[in-house]
Design a protein around this ligand. Structure first.
Ligand code: AMO
Length: 620
């Protein structure tokens, strides 16, 4: 070992090391001079240790004085105990410090464009941090998140390995798999004019592995989709993809539940109960206006079409006679938060409803034991009493109504529910609760001279739900054709098979989504294993035989050669990490993500390439 190499990490030293001579390697977190002494906090990914350079060694002090943030140092010294009143309880190494006897600068650093010690609201602009991602990744919160992601993958691999699953890799260069997004295409150099598609998921390969007899498959797989980005979407993301043979829907769901329970327990120490609740698609859409409802708060949508029909309010009556519905939400305690001005057309809530194509948002408030607002006069006392009971109205509540086609009403009230859950603080994200806990604990710990106690997550912080009984097809109004709701390989319910050609809208699929805290965290289905049914579904999706053969001939052939009944699911690994790490930004859980405009701010990708490369590919 060279004399500069570390004997311990920067997070390792405790009172038991006092008296030992140690060498630490790390980055300068902070350095400051005080009474001729220089204090350097040295950091690596294991922690921070305070190092003191004493005035009696001017040579050392001079070097220590010359270093600044992010210099890389090797420091040798003696571990000494800090006086009891000088202990730093916030640091695991806070009982000791290292009195330096030698220091070597392993590398210098210009002042970083932002401070690596920043956190929370003080963070520098995200694009700047992504440009210098290697510095950003030195921050403790990102290091903790990537460690969590590693643990998540390890738990998954161990769990599935113990249950006989095999991890199999599938190609990146393949043929397009329709998962509903645009493909990333790769031109072939050898076959000019022909293209590989990067996988939107390993869907077809995993089904083919079932045909090959690998009855329990999984893969932690990279998926690529060229779609509009959101806070929980990246063009390149990771799935835990799995597939099983000889299974029915319940087998897949219980396999997933056992895995989810172990992930949550081993990653954040919470025991969630099984079986997870299940709701049908129709039920969640009616109650929550969303196929991924956040169940950390209630605020269910209530149908009041019968009340609307008996009222004198023409807007409701017209919507109903056009075949629509009237539904309402009780925004508990919202009467004072939302002034009448804010509820006027163009205000915050009406605008949200309009963005979902609703013609407007009607409302009433309940204050001083009576309903108020401009539409109150259209309702008899008896109808008001019905509304009061059905929506469990109390003083201070705000009732929001949308009357329209059912889909529009669901979308609008669903969007309002999600928004109001946050704006009316109907629930707390666990990390906000943790921040409050940490602050209170730090104060209490200081007063009582003890170490702060860590925050412990509880089962109600993670609300899981299965959504089942999805419609097999949705009508694409723009393209005037039926589209697969999940993907074209999803099996229809047995009892709906004979409706496939005649009544597509009523066909339900053997598909399921797992929802956690309002995020779709996994989705899958039982697959079609009959080539005949698969061909019928392709036809409904507008592919004639020739087209279906040219795109999916290999699948149709494989299904003929003894395909077993099979089904599976894919977890959004990034979203799982987000929720368990306590962030709402997917870029926080990926080491080198793209920014919101799909650009890699560090390398500059996508970027032009040389003319020669284009010529090779036959593109110029
Ligand atoms: P699906 O398209 O539902 O199913 O994807 C599965 C899960 O992957 C996550 N996810 C994403 N995460 C981040 N960024 C994205 N752009 C993104 N898109 C999807 C979600 C989602 O639930 N082949 C099927 C699975 C199957 O049928 O087995 C599929 O890919 O958490």
């Amino acid at each position: 070992m060279a004399d500069w190499q570390r004997t311990h990490s920067c997070g390792e030293l405790r009172a038991t090391h006092v008296g030992q001579t140690v060498t630490l390697n790390g980055w300068v977190n902070t350095s400051r001079s005080y009474n001729n002494q220089v204090f350097v906090d040295l950091r690596d990914r294991y922690g921070i240790t305070q190092v003191v350079f004493e005035a009696d060694d001017p040579e050392l002090v001079k070097i220590a004085d010359s270093v600044s943030r992010e210099f890389v140092l090797s420091i040798t010294g003696q571990v000494i105990a800090r006086p009891a009143n000088m202990e730093n309880r916030r640091l695991a190494t806070g009982q000791v410090e290292v009195r330096a006897t030698a220091v070597r600068v392993l590398n210098a650093s210009p002042p970083p464009p932002f401070e690596v010690t920043e956190f929370g609201d003080d963070l520098a602009n995200e694009d700047l941090r992504l440009q210098y991602r290697y510095l950003d990744l030195r921050r403790k919160s990102l290091q903790d998140t990537l460690a969590l992601r590693h643990r998540l993958c390890k738990v998954i691999r161990d769990h599935l390995d113990a249950r006989g699953f095999l991890e199999v890799e599938t190609p990146l260069l393949g043929k397009s798999t329709p998962e509903g997004a645009r493909d990333y295409l790769v031109p072939s150099r050898i076959y000019h004019g022909e293209w590989y598609a990067l996988p939107q998921s390993p869907q077809l390969y995993k089904q083919l592995l079932m045909v090959s007899g690998y009855d329990k498959y999984f893969q932690i797989a990279r998926c690529l989709r060229d779609e509009d980005l959101r806070a929980d979407r990246q063009p390149e993301f990771t799935q835990l993809d799995l597939e099983m043979s000889f299974v029915e829907l319940d087998d897949v769901l219980s396999t997933v539940e056992a895995l989810a329970v172990e992930i949550i327990e081993k990653c954040v120490g919470v025991q969630v109960a099984t079986p997870f609740p299940r709701m049908t698609y129709a039920e969640v859409m009616a109650k929550y206006g969303s196929d991924k409802p956040d169940l950390r708060f209630g605020m269910e949508i209530v149908d009041v079409s019968d009340v609307g029909r008996q009222s004198e309010f023409s807007v409701f009556k017209e919507a109903l006679s056009a075949g629509g519905v009237v539904r309402a939400l009780n925004a508990k305690g919202g009467a004072s938060e939302y002034s009448n001005t804010k509820l006027r057309p163009g205000g915050e809530l009406p605008r949200m409803a309009e963005q979902c194509k609703a013609r407007g948002l009607a409302w009433m408030k309940f204050e001083g034991d009576k309903f108020t607002g401009s539409i109150e006069k259209y309702f008899s006392d008896a109808l008001k009493q019905t509304l009061k009971e059905r929506l469990r109205v109390a003083n201070g509540d705000l009732i929001l109504f949308v009357a329209d086609k059912e889909g529009v009403v669901s979308d609008a009230l669903g969007a309002l529910r999600t928004h109001l859950g946050t704006s009316l603080k109907l629930f707390k994200n666990w990390w906000d609760e943790k921040a409050e806990w940490d602050e209170a604990e730090e104060k209490a710990a200081k007063d009582q001279k003890r170490a702060p106690r860590p925050f412990v997550l509880r089962p109600e912080h993670l609300k899981l739900l299965w959504v089942v009984d999805f419609p097999m097809f949705t009508w694409d109004e723009e393209e005037k054709r039926w589209a697969a709701n999940h993907h074209p390989f999803t099996a229809p319910m047995d009892e709906d098979l004979h409706h496939l050609e005649t009544d597509r809208g009523r066909v339900k699929a053997k598909a399921y989504d797992l929802v956690m805290n309002g995020y779709e965290v996994a989705g899958g289905s039982i697959r079609i294993h009959s080539p005949e049914v698969q061909s019928r579904v392709f036809k409904i999706l507008g592919m004639d035989e020739e087209n279906a053969r040219s795109r999916f001939g290999f699948l149709l052939d494989a299904l003929k050669y003894g395909a077993p009944p099979h089904g599976g699911i894919a977890f959004g690994l990034d979203r799982w990490t987000m929720i368990l790490a306590g962030t709402t930004n997917i870029r926080d859980v990926i080491a080198f993500p793209k920014n919101q405009k799909a650009r890699d701010m560090m390398t500059g990708a996508p970027a032009p390439v040389e003319q020669r490369q284009l010529r090779d590919l036959g593109l110029k």
